[in-house]
Write a protein that binds this ligand. Structure first.
Ligand SMILES: *Cc1c(COP(=O)(O)O)cnc(C)c1O
Length: 331
């Protein structure tokens, strides 16, 4: 199956979102470079507006809507970084955004999205109930659903991160990308390989509930049990009817590695103590992968620090060495 999103789409996305998202710095990590024996650069995407790269895809998808679609508004069921990004990007365009969530979503997550100006719909007791409300709003009120990863404009928007990386570190031998539904990995890999086919792109997920890795191993999208993890932004499935990201990850990623919870915690701790950066679990998996020795690149390596939206009480426990597993997380 041919790869659907190319350098051309990603360059067009960059034009569209210019001025709406930050170009984030890529900085050398002295401590990781010393350890690895070659330069290791950190792409500080956790400093992106809303605290994660998802604003790139959301801004691009919104900018690509027709005037008629804009007047109807957008809707999604995400309570995490995609929900925040969509709320922010819609407000910037003076558009309506509706975020549907279940009654079980914690108050702090709900508040973060409400503060960004979104309409919040609270329905039912599960993510499935929330998705049903999304489907109803699409069918009955004509809102446009923008999913978190499996959409061409979302993938192209996330790919702009890959273009920046290749400008900032043109001799990159490897790029490590946090991997869940694969919108980020597909977009970044398309951009990186489009510019530099020899550069390796490696996906990193948590071992607890790695849906894309299980799907790649099975040769088709499969569903696996979702488990609590420190990398909560990497949770969730890839969709049994996945249209784009599965095939792109299959065709473009050189490898996918999985991390244990204590390796993710070590990444968060290293980011804080050595790099003076606060990152969430999903944003720390690249550092965790290098520290664990599960990835050994042969030249300049770029790690994407993808987000920083972590509960600060949990972060404190992790950097104090008190919480290193998902079970302790709930304590
Ligand atoms: C969504 C997210 C990811 C994973 O992105 P996918 O496109 O779903 O693979 C990684 N890190 C953070 C912080 C995220 O919010």
């Amino acid at each position: 199956m041919p790869v659907k999103i190319t350098l051309q789409h990603i360059r067009a996305a960059r034009e569209r979102i210019a001025g709406k998202v930050e170009r984030t710095p890529a900085v050398l990590s002295q401590s990781l470079s010393d350890r690895a024996g070659h330069p290791v650069h950190l792409k500080l995407e956790h400093h992106q507006t809303t605290g994660a790269f998802k604003l790139r895809g959301a801004s691009n998808a919104i900018a690509a809507l027709s005037l008629q679609e804009r007047s109807r508004g957008v809707v999604a069921a995400s309570t995490g970084n995609h929900g925040r990004a969509l709320a922010h990007a819609a407000r910037l365009e003076g558009m309506r955004a509706v975020i549907c969530m279940s009654r079980l979503v914690p108050e702090n997550k709900l508040d973060a999205i409400r503060r960004l100006g979104a309409d919040i719909r609270i329905v039912g007791n599960s993510q499935d109930d929330a998705q049903q409300e999304v489907d109803r709003l699409v069918a009955e009120e004509g809102l446009v659903m923008l999913p978190p990863f499996d959409h061409p404009d979302i993938i192209a928007g996330q790919g702009t991160l890959g273009l920046e990386i290749m400008e900032q570190v043109p001799d990159a031998a490897a790029v490590l990308v946090p991997l869940s539904g694969g919108g980020l990995a597909a977009g970044v890999a398309a951009a990186v390989k489009g510019v530099s086919p020899v550069t390796k792109v490696i996906g990193v997920s948590m071992a607890r509930g790695a849906a894309m890795k299980a799907s790649l191993d099975a040769g088709r999208p499969v569903q696996i049990e979702e488990l609590p993890t420190l990398a909560d932004s990497l949770g969730g499935g890839i969709g049994l009817d996945n249209r784009l990201t599965f095939a792109m990850c299959r065709d473009l990623l050189d490898d996918v590695v999985l991390l244990a919870e204590d390796e993710i915690a070590a990444g968060i701790r290293h980011a804080y103590e050595q790099e003076r950066e606060i990152v969430e679990g999903a944003g720390a998996v690249g550092i965790g992968a290098l520290l664990s020795g599960k990835v050994t690149a042969k030249g300049p390596t770029v790690l994407i620090l993808s987000g920083r939206n972590i509960d600060m009480a949990l972060h404190r426990r992790i950097v104090c060495g008190e919480a290193a597993t998902a079970t302790e997380r709930a304590a």
